[in-house]
Ligand binder design. Structure first.
Ligand code: GLA
Length: 676
């Protein structure tokens, strides 16, 4: 008889026993067991405890921790400590320290003090990863490798210059091609040899945007190579043990998330919403949707969240999460595919950077609201264990028919200087679209235009400044096949090297949208405009002609009064909307609702939206409906299923109190077929 596989959600956090006397470890284990903790992440930033002097290792404490965890049924996510070289590294390899864009060489004292391109750093990182892999690669407590922590260090300086030149030579072949692509002749910057090219450190006035973009690409590739080297080392020592690295979402753009995801077995994320109101809940959904998308629709790992709202270091304020919100947010992550929840961190240190960052065991100890909520949450996750099973039959963990284009190049491009407006930022544009969909109860993936789009009905393209011919062709093929698209102003105005496409802005997508954009009319920071349909907008306007599209709304302000602001082009069975301005939240919601409806996309539940979040998660052969009321007033929703949180069958109109959560096992799988 085949034995039934037991599934469970992961629950625990970053654990740094090396910062505590061993007497505390026994206390930790007692509290972990009480809280149903089954996973700890060990070793993040522990380099100086593992290798106190170059080449001399001290594994004694980690041996005891691994054995202790194993003896107590707690799996270990073992991190390589390479995000924090010890002080000896500074003295042994001063050339491998990071240099800022202003030429300042940083020294140890915090974390991430290394230049990722420096051979001495990369060698040291590979060595410590290799030593850990050799010693613990087959330890029974090991459940996952966690390479590094939040890759994101960018460095300038001689070591970087050398590596940048090699990267450029590889990309362009000869310096004439580089000069041509960058148009280096502007301001007399043509290079006669790759040897004269520097990483874009501080210069007198505006730098060349193409140079900046290539440097961002180079930096991202450097981090990817550093990741790849360590992945190879740990994989070789522990076949079958999954490898991850934690993405800092959503604000970290020092690498290309799609590239990184291709290097690892499971995507994991660190996520710290900071808003105190319902905006925090929209942010949870955003982070979770990103993580699931980067993991190709499969369950993903929430490597870090906080028990309170993130410490805002700039404002020096730590806001407490109100009672119950921690559990509600965690269930939101679960709804959207997380394999459980890990926290930064298990126990607060008595002193050290981040010593007031909220933990699972606060300074005041177990007799605390936070620890009681942690125990209750551990119990809840245990009771939901059946949902931890991956979806059967190759199904994705959530249904999503809408995709928002997520593109590192576009983000980097929007951060180069000398754009026609400061309001072309990529992340806020993506976030605004995701938020507007969330308020309508629509789940979305993010997607790259290089991926298969055939599983989606609607693809949204906000502020994708740079687009290659291949990307333009991919969107066209999607629409030709009956897909629907919406494209925001300025998208596709340049090619992938930031060279403006001649003949009309938004040139990569303009033919598909049936428009021609002749001139930009950016708005002043405090300017707001109204469109002919009553929509309010700001930031941007442009002089647009239609070449096939119909006009849905026009500008009403001079000199653009009567000129198209929102258009729709019908292409076979598909439609392509173009939005030539930045709509405010209400107008964006209204227009997206029409676009979504035209694409035939519906929420997971007809009453989802307006602060009621309802998401269907597939697990094994079943489906589960996660239901939340994030609003301030009670709401009535028609439901049918078995609530795993209260152990009762619910049927009919159910009142959801403010802050209510439900997790329903549905009676039958909904009919929609698995994705191709
Ligand atoms: C990140 C890091 C952690 C910690 C937290 C604080 O996610 O990985 O080490 O610094 O931020 O929020």
């Amino acid at each position: 008889m085949q034995q039934q596989q037991q599934h469970s959600f992961v629950y625990g956090g970053d654990y740094n026993p090396e910062q505590w006397p061993e007497a505390v470890w026994a206390e930790d284990v007692r509290l972990m067991r009480e809280a149903h903790v089954n996973r700890v992440t060990v070793g993040v930033f522990s380099w100086s405890s593992l290798e106190p002097e170059e080449g001399r290792y001290d594994f004694g404490w980690l041996d005891r921790v691994m054995d202790l965890m194993h003896a107590n049924g707690i799996g270990v996510v073992l991190a390589t400590p390479t995000a924090s070289p010890p002080p000896w590294f500074t003295f042994a390899h001063p050339e491998a320290l990071p240099v800022t864009a202003d030429g300042v060489r940083l020294v140890h004292g915090s974390r991430d003090t290394y230049s990722p391109a420096a051979p001495a750093y990369r060698d040291a990182a590979r060595r410590i990863a290799g030593a850990l892999a050799e010693r613990y690669g087959r330890h029974p407590a090991l459940t996952m490798w966690h390479v590094h922590n939040e890759y994101g260090t960018v460095s300038y300086g001689p070591e970087t210059d050398r590596a940048f030149r090699v990267w450029l030579a590889d990309r362009y072949g000869d310096v004439a091609t580089l000069n041509n692509t960058w148009n280096s002749a502007f301001w007399s910057q043509s290079y006669s040899t790759f040897e004269h090219i520097l990483a874009p450190q501080a210069t007198q006035y505006l730098p060349n945007p193409a140079h900046l973009l290539d440097f961002k690409r180079f930096s991202a590739d450097t981090l990817r190579d550093a990741l790849r080297e360590q992945v190879q080392v740990v994989r070789a020592a522990s076949p079958g043990v999954p490898v991850t690295t934690n993405f800092m979402l959503p604000s970290w753009n020092h690498y290309d998330q799609w590239d990184f995801a291709a290097e690892i077995d499971e995507v994991s994320i660190d996520h710290y919403p900071s808003a105190r109101d319902i905006e925090g809940e929209t942010h949870v959904a955003f982070g979770a949707d990103l993580a699931r998308s980067f993991n190709q629709g499969r369950p993903w790992v929430l490597m870090e969240q906080a028990t309170s709202l993130i410490y805002d270091y700039a404002a020096a304020r730590l806001f407490a999460k109100e009672p119950g919100r921690l559990a509600r947010n965690t269930l939101q992550y679960l709804a959207r595919g997380s394999t459980g929840s890990l926290f930064f961190q298990w126990r607060s240190p008595r002193v050290g950077a981040e010593f007031f960052h909220s933990p699972m065991v606060p300074h005041v100890g177990e007799d605390s609201r936070v620890f009681r909520e942690i125990v209750a949450l551990g119990h809840t996750l245990t009771s939901l264990a059946e949902i931890a099973e991956p979806p059967a039959g190759g199904r994705r963990v959530n249904d999503t028919r809408v995709a928002i284009v997520w593109d590192a190049t576009a983000w980097w491009a929007s951060e180069t200087r000398a754009m026609p407006s400061n309001d072309l930022a990529f992340l806020p544009a993506v976030r605004a679209v995701h938020r507007a969909l969330w308020w309508q109860g629509i789940n979305a993936d993010v997607v790259s235009l290089e991926q298969d789009l055939s599983g989606y009905d609607l693809v949204l393209v906000p502020n994708k400044i740079a687009a290659s011919d291949a990307e333009a062709a991919a969107l066209r093929a999607f629409v030709d096949a009956g897909g629907h698209a919406a494209i925001w102003f300025f998208s596709g105005s340049t090619d992938e090297n930031l060279n403006v496409r001649p003949g009309g802005f938004s040139g990569a997508f303009a033919p598909l949208a049936g428009i021609r954009v002749e001139e930009h009319h950016p708005l002043a920071a405090d300017e707001s405009i109204e469109l002919s349909d009553g929509s309010r907008a700001d930031a941007w306007a442009e002089d647009l002609q239609v070449t096939g599209a119909e006009v849905l709304a026009t500008f009403t302000h001079a000199p653009l009064a009567g000129r198209p602001a929102i258009t729709r082009n019908r292409v076979g069975a598909g439609t392509v909307h173009y939005l030539a301005t930045r709509l405010d939240a209400a107008a964006l919601g209204g227009h997206l609702a029409r676009i979504v409806a035209a694409a035939g996309v519906t929420p997971d539940h007809p009453q989802a939206g307006d602060g009621v979040e309802i998401v269907r998660r597939y697990s094994g052969p079943r489906s589960y409906l996660f239901v939340f009321n994030h609003g301030e007033r009670p709401r009535t929703v028609s439901l049918n299923g078995y609530d795993l949180l209260t152990d009762e069958h619910l049927s009919g109109d159910i009142e959801l109190a403010p802050a209510a959560s439900m997790v329903l096992r549905e009676s039958a799988l909904p009919a929609s077929p698995p994705r191709p």
